[in-house]
Design a protein around this ligand. Sequence first.
Ligand code: SAM
Length: 285
Amino acid sequence: MLAYRHAFHAGNHADVLKHLVFTQVLRYMALKDKPFTLVDTHAGAGAYSLDSKEARKNAEYVDGIGRLWGRRDLPPALSDYVAQVRQFNEGSTKLQAYPGSPVLAMQLLRADDRLRLYELHGSDVPLLAELVAGRRETGVMQIDGFTALRAELPPPSRRAVVLIDPSYELKTDYGQVLAAVREGLKRFPEAVIMVWYPQLQRLEPRDLVDRLKATALSQAKKGWLHVRLSVVPPDASGFGLMGSGMLVINPPHVLHGMLRAEMPVLVEALGRHEGATFLLEKHGG
Ligand code: SAM
């Protein structure tokens, strides 16, 4: 039984970082006149009302997208990401809803690009299926996304983007991410793979990042890029989420320059303590 519901966290600082990178990678993929396949191994419900009792419980979005929503002075990629959220809010001046990765994908994919969405939670799957109903080249599968990935690669057009975004509510998720990436790259070393992870005072996330970097260097065509946004001070319990990171394998070459220019703006906008900061590094490519 899965306890994690993304509705409690939609639009928080972790979603902002993830979806900033996600939208820019999709923009880059769409520059080339050849369709690609997007595989979202952990798709969630697809979209979230910020008026729901789940979203209002801790109102995490207030310190995430809420801090960017009213700003008109953002640099290009952040501004583009916020514009995607505005598009989903249909021009409303009030932030009412937050688009998950499937909706952002629907807004950015071209008609011939394939969208493959995996989600296990029985309550989220019907919501997701309803949201994407009517889009061609789209599948919603209630199957374990980790193991499904291997069957998706290589895709028919030999252009693939993968988002691996588990909740890590199970400790085994860390090992499963690594195994899925290794297997995926074995089948298709050109895949652009984005892995989100939580920044915690624990060993597992750091260990995962190190292993993913090593995997990318030995199996991927164009190395890796790593970005981490740290905005919340460590709490006394040692269990709180301090920030999050994205490891991008075979990253678009423009991603590093964009993040170098725009991450300081994100730190300034979302930072909740003096030690708020970011890390940006890459290798290969
Ligand atoms: N990617 C989404 C977005 O950016 O809007 C958010 C995904 S949320 C962090 C993680 C989701 O993974 C949850 O909805 C959870 O039910 C689902 N999940 C957990 N284990 C899974 C598995 N093995 N395969 C597919 N989905 C899974």
